[in-house]
Design a protein around this ligand. Structure first.
Ligand SMILES: [Zn+2]
Length: 102
């Protein structure tokens, strides 16, 4: 993960955490975990509530953690082989198949 954000804000209490020295370490795990397919949920240093990786507000949108979604309209159920090939073509990223209509 390249670079460091200067400040991150808790979505629960709006406390701003200055990411200096050891304050950075848990967030390093959040970002590296995300990149490796793990959700590192850490507690806010100010209010102690657990925060999902995607919920932290990074100063200046320094980082953005998100999901890329594809919708297949009017398709029959996706065959496991198709999903496996799709995952392979996405470079082996973690994929989740959500079936049904929204
Ligand atoms: Zn908080």
């Amino acid at each position: 993960m390249a670079g460091r954000a200067p400040v991150v804000t808790c979505p629960h209490c709006a406390a701003e955490v200055e990411l200096v020295d050891e304050a950075w370490e848990p967030f390093d795990e959040v970002l590296n975990g995300w990149a490796e397919g793990r959700d590192a949920i850490i507690a806010c240093p100010a209010c102690a509530q657990p925060v999902e990786p995607t919920s932290w507000k990074w100063a200046d949108d320094y980082f953005a953690l998100g999901h890329l979604g594809f919708t297949f309209w009017n398709w029959p159920p996706l065959r496991p082989e198709f999903v496996a090939e799709f995952t392979h073509r996405l470079g082996g990223h973690r994929t989740v198949l959500l079936a049904g209509k929204s």
